[in-house]
Write a protein that binds this ligand. Structure first.
Ligand SMILES: [Zn+2]
Length: 199
């Protein structure tokens, strides 16, 4: 007999779809949520509801934002000759937390993965190329993850941007092979960005 009330069962189904959450963790999270004070639970529910209503992608750089353009694109103090290309918008949060980067960003919204049917048109590469054609951009730092897919994506973009007058670089080593840019500690990340190498 399934003793789980239908509402709790639906919650468990949603929790189990989250990355890294299996049935046991989902059950622990549900147990916890059932003890949370009503106001906190309502605030939590509201933040979930607001996700698809107020958060959008910056039409310029594809970072997550509630203002258009995003805070980086709108900031006159940023170096507009430099674009740091990352796979996911959230990686920019890690880079920004180093306090060492003052250029613009471009989130690809993933990486090339022929096996999973992800081609160039599924990423924001056209938009990146357009930005590079605008004339203000002097350097593009390809900070895709040092995985096979990330390297393939960086190579593809480098080929696409080659005819344009922008210099292309990759962050220096320090980001472990197979790792993710977003998970590297601040000092290493800041160093990797400073000591970049030309592609
Ligand atoms: Zn932006």
């Amino acid at each position: 007999m399934d003793l789980r009330p239908p509402t709790v069962r639906r919650l468990l189904e949603h929790l189990e779809r989250l990355p890294g959450v299996g049935p046991r963790t989902a059950q622990r999270l549900a147990e916890h949520l059932l003890t949370v004070p009503p106001d906190d639970l309502e605030a939590f529910a509201e933040s979930l509801r607001a996700l698809n209503q107020t958060v959008t992608l910056c039409p310029e750089c594809c970072l997550l934002t509630e203002e258009v353009p995003c805070a980086v694109c709108a900031d006159p103090g940023r170096d507009r000759s430099l674009i740091l290309v990352v796979e996911e918008p959230t990686t920019a949060w890690s880079v920004e937390s180093t306090g060492e980067y003052h250029g613009l960003y471009h989130a690809l919204l993933g990486h090339l993965s022929p096996l999973h049917g992800v081609g160039p048109d599924d990423l924001s590469i056209d938009r990146l190329e357009e930005r590079c054609r605008s004339g203000d951009v002097a350097e593009v730092i390809l900070a895709t993850d040092p995985t096979v897919e990330g390297e393939t994506t960086a190579l593809y973009i480098a080929r696409r941007l080659q005819p344009l007058e922008v210099s292309l670089s990759r962050p220096a080593s320090g980001i472990p092979v197979g790792g993710e840019v977003a998970t590297v500690d601040r000092v290493t990340l800041a160093q990797a960005l400073q000591l970049r190498r030309t592609v």
